[in-house]
Design a protein around this ligand. Sequence first.
Ligand code: 1CP
Length: 341
Amino acid sequence: MLLIDVLQCKKSASVPFWFMRQAGRYLPEYKAVRKNFPDFLSFCYTPEAACEVTLQPISRFDMSAAIIFSDILVIPDALGVDVTFVENIGPVLTSIANKAAIERIGMGQHFSEKLSPVYKAISLTRSALAKDKALIGFCGSGWTLACYMLQGKSSRDFSEARVFALKEPELFKKLMALLENAITDHACAQIEAGANAIQLFDSWSGVLSEVEFEHYVVQPTKRIVAGIKNKHSSIPVIGFPRMCGAKLEYYAKETGVDAVSFDGSVSLAYAKKEVQPHVLLQGNLDSQILAEDKELALAQTGKILDRFAGTPFIFNLAHGILPHTPIANVQAVSDMIKNHA
Ligand code: 1CP
């Protein structure tokens, strides 16, 4: 598996690539399956459907890895939080920003039973996927899951979640400890079902101050990575503290992740100079450029490849593929990466 070889720092002639949200609404074959499930979570919990859409982008674009079709919010769902996905709004959760609610949620037997369809989807997908392609499992990391659970919905700055953490430090600590256990458990179970690598999404790390970033992102991630490695020492972990800017170097040095995914909040020069000496890099084509302008996307892809090809590197986007992205643009970028020698 090219992706795993590179994550284990083996020399390779070609650049592995995959795209965040590579299974999604920009593909007509995804929409055809999606329309059978009015409820997004029941789609995630139907192993055959999740397996089918996980494989769709690989058939079209021949990426080096598939990422299991699921969502980060399956963890709050399995912990007993009420989670629904509302069309054109996104996730809506019953906020747990009070003592009684935090004390009510927990792992128990229910947790792994609820998530068993995800593990079934992983084992089906691993069997169906070509042997040279890696299968990536994933989880939201602690802060990002806490954001949705405390705020109850998406937000630009998650100010209610931040304020809760500052005003109720003991309750927040309790919630984060519970999440760290749940995330470690879910990551390990995905590995045991057949995932070859794990990505931890900390999508909302960019709203935090330096001190908050240390306590809500870096230290929890460090404990989660140690927990995963304790059981599965050879499985690579990729961390994605989205939009964290120059805090990325510290995250890379401190958390124990094997690789970091980076976005446009740092330059290619910064990533190469400050981060690559510590961990492998994955990134960072702008998703909007990919959606809007094929020529620009190819020019940017060329710049990224010129900078990083020949070093251990995984090509990816800065964030997920947008639903209006033309298939031709994804095809052109994929072809360019594959033909880059
Ligand atoms: O109907 C649909 O098609 C809903 C869109 C959708 C999809 C395709 C959602 C709702 N989730 C997903 C799948 C998903 N989510 C994957 C699949 C694997 C792949 O990449 O192909 C992954 C990795 C995720 C991860 C995820 N979900 C993140 C982390 C990455 C990121 O985008 O920052 C987050 C924050 C979520 C929450 C979520 N799920 C869906 C929505 C609309 C949201 C909210 C996003 C927000 O708050 O802005």
